[in-house]
Design a protein around this ligand. Structure first.
Ligand SMILES: [Zn+2]
Length: 142
């Protein structure tokens, strides 16, 4: 993340470094308040306004992505390979998954519309069938 920030030509103040590191170390999809709490612990000079401003800058530079899951808040994650989110409607957990079938389907749909697929983001909502183990590639909890 830090390297990418520098490559993107961003001026990296200590505060931005702390926020970028916080995002890098987050294994979940934190919202701005949570990012503020984590970054503020590392660098008490960071304000919530700084976090919002920095998230906007990182997002504009394509370094992070906003994740909306229907709770009215914006969550964030470091931009990386296409993956979808399955939101457990019972506890708000965000499960990540990838599917070749879905990729093929979306490629077809885009193709039929005269487009080349360059990316996608799908939000799926559901609840578990009882107490089964999760089969996603990574469980992320916000
Ligand atoms: Zn994700």
């Amino acid at each position: 993340m830090l390297e990418k920030c520098v490559k993107a030509g961003l001026r990296m103040t200590n505060q931005r470094v702390s926020i970028a590191t916080t995002l890098d170390e987050s294994l979940d999809h934190p919202d701005a308040d949570e990012i503020y709490r984590r970054a503020h612990k590392v660098d008490p000079t960071i304000s919530i306004a700084t976090v919002y401003r920095t998230l906007g800058i990182f997002e504009k530079a394509g370094l992070i992505q906003k994740v909306t899951v229907g709770d009215g808040r914006s969550h964030y994650e470091v931009a990386r390979d296409d993956h979808e989110h399955l939101v457990d409607v019972e506890n708000g957990q965000i499960h990540e998954f990838q599917s070749e079938q879905l990729q093929a389907l979306l490629t077809n749909i885009a193709d039929e519309m005269g487009f080349e697929l360059t990316g996608h983001k799908l939000q799926v909502y559901g609840k578990k069938h009882g107490n089964v183990a999760c089969r996603c590639i990574q469980i992320k909890v916000y």
